[in-house]
Design a protein around this ligand. Structure first.
Ligand SMILES: O=C(O)C[C@H](O)C(=O)O
Ligand code: SF4
Length: 512
């Protein structure tokens, strides 16, 4: 299998940089359903531009290249140890060339291994089969959407929907609820894989496996086919929309599988995947390790006309566009309102989980007064002259910083926080008290934002690892939407309330 490592490198590169046609078609369909000029339509334009840029630059669609997870089918007699060795080699190489972000972190020490290897990483599932070829599938599922996975134990009581019993209708309620609870935080519009039954472990495994089904297939089980189609129609009535901005498309795909359970347990497990649905697969010749066929490259059986292009991340109808250059004054911030589009020029600093925890008890290495913090863990490489190059730099889910954010804003005089998915009541109060705003960037649009970064001024805390370090960046025309302002308004709160009302309308039994 002398060519296997190269084939695997091609598989990883393709998965990370080139979204499959069925995923693209689902995104195109959703774009056609949004009214031009709305926030969701404009976010979708940025997303589709980003998809094209990633393919052209052969760079990650999203900076979070996830937990590399392989599903391998092998003929009897094929050496699985050799396949594992070659997978690891390909992973290390893909990390060196910036196709994968160094994402493997020691849970006890916090140390990033730097090469995407580690205890239990990558994840490789093997199964033997009767065929002569090796089938290798890969999913790169990022952390933000993984955090929105959810498992229900039936019977249970669900917000908005009431009691969910041990029957098809109870399952229906759980699935609808799973989409509601994700809001925009897993970079909606999303795809869900659902596993009915099993135990806590196999239920989640079944859910994740559903994500390998093609977006436009039909479930062979008639009840599940009906349920999938019901969920697609009705989850899209929740009005969560792209990035949780409100809108007509919240769900791009729903695939459901079922397995036996034991009498005491009844789980419904949901694997939520963002729009940046990076999965690919190849058939491999076991003699030489060469790719004989790609598994997710054919066009799906749907026709979607290309909708008219909106300006990426530009102001939506009726909203203002405001250009700001840090240091930003309190007066400038207090005049901003939810819905305004801010165009940033000048310095900003990345900071995510490790940095927020650190800053609570320590000083900042740079003056943040009037400054902007970007919740972002970029993919960075050094060029041949030793200068840092930004390979991908979209926002990360901000809600994780909720316990720290208000205090950090107050302590350092920060005027704007950029991230995605919105933040909670404590931060909203902090924004009002200190005079700051929350700016929502488009999650997953890592090429689009990398393009706005004109210079890397420096970096602190490399000991936190590349994604968690504090990168000091210069940006030009960096666009983001005010979704929480200094007057106590939050688009996220509004969308959450509306979607809960919509969810409650779906309470009555459908499958009895
Ligand atoms: O880790 C990241 O860069 C992003 C993460 O996938 C997220 O959605 O929060
Ligand atoms: S940032 Fe968004 S698009 Fe990227 S992995 Fe996280 S959830 Fe997915």
């Amino acid at each position: 299998m002398h060519s296997l490592k190269d084939s695997l490198l091609e598989l990883i590169t393709e998965a990370s940089t080139n979204l499959p046609p069925d995923v693209r078609a689902a995104i195109r369909l959703s774009k056609a359903k949004e009214d031009a000029g709305t926030r969701s339509a404009l976010a979708l334009s940025t997303i589709t531009d980003n998809i094209t840029m990633a393919e052209e630059n052969v760079s990650p669609i999203c900076q979070d290249t996830g937990m590399p997870t392989f599903y391998v089918h092998v003929p009897v007699g094929v050496n699985q140890l050799e396949i594992t060795r070659e997978i690891k080699k390909a992973i290390v190489e893909a990390t060196k060339t910036g196709k994968l972000r160094p994402n493997s972190v020691d849970s006890l020490t916090g140390e990033n291994s730097g090469d995407n290897l580690g205890e239990g990483v990558p994840v490789i599932h093997y199964e033997q089969w009767d065929k002569d070829e090796v089938d290798i599938r890969l999913i790169l599922k990022g952390g933000g959407c993984e955090n929105k996975n959810i498992q229900y134990s039936l019977p249970c009581e669900l917000e908005g929907l009431g009691r969910a019993g041990r029957d098809l209708d109870g399952i229906r309620k759980c699935i609808l609820h799973s989409v509601y609870q994700a809001q925009g935080q897993g970079c909606s519009a999303g795809f869900i894989g659902v596993g009915i039954g099993g135990d806590r472990t196999t239920g989640y495994e079944l859910a994740k496996k559903q994500l390998f089904r093609k977006t436009f297939d039909t479930n062979p089980h008639p009840d599940l086919a009906k349920l999938e189609s019901y969920i697609m129609d009705h989850a899209n009535e929740l009005s969560i929309g792209t990035m949780g901005f409100g809108g007509n498309t919240t769900l791009l795909g729903c695939k459901i599988g079922s397995m036996h359970r034991i009498p005491a347990s009844f789980y419904v497990s949901v694997a939520y995947n963002c729009w940046a649905f990076r999965r690919q697969g190849v058939m491999i010749d076991p003699d030489n390790g060469k790719i004989t066929r790609w598994l997710y490259k054919e066009e799906p059986p749907v026709t979607v006309s290309e909708p008219s292009q909106g300006e990426p991340a530009a102001a939506s109808e009726g909203s203002r566009e405001i250009v700001l250059t840090p240091p930003i004054t309190e007066e400038q911030i207090r005049s901003l309102k939810v819905g305004d589009v801010v165009i940033l020029n000048g310095p900003l600093h990345t900071g995510r989980d490790a940095l927020h925890k650190y800053l609570i008890d320590h000083d900042s290495p740079v003056d943040l007064n009037g400054g902007v913090i970007y919740h972002c863990g970029p993919v960075m490489l050094k060029d041949k002259d030793g200068n840092w190059e930004v390979k991908a730099a979209g926002p990360t889910t901000s809600i994780r910083e909720e316990p720290y954010q208000a205090d950090i804003i107050g302590k350092f005089g920060i005027r704007a926080v950029i991230g995605k998915g919105g933040m909670g009541a404590r931060t909203l109060a902090g924004l009002k008290e200190h005079g700051a705003v929350y700016l929502n960037a488009i999650g997953g649009a890592a090429q689009y934002y990398a393009d706005c970064i004109t210079h890397v001024d420096g970096v602190d805390f490399m000991e936190f690892g590349v994604p968690e370090a504090m990168w000091h960046l210069q940006v030009k025309n960096f666009a983001a939407i005010v979704t929480m302002d200094a007057n106590g308004n939050s688009l996220h709160k509004e969308v959450e309330n509306t979607s809960l009302e919509r969810l409650a309308k779906l309470k009555d039994p459908v499958f009895s």
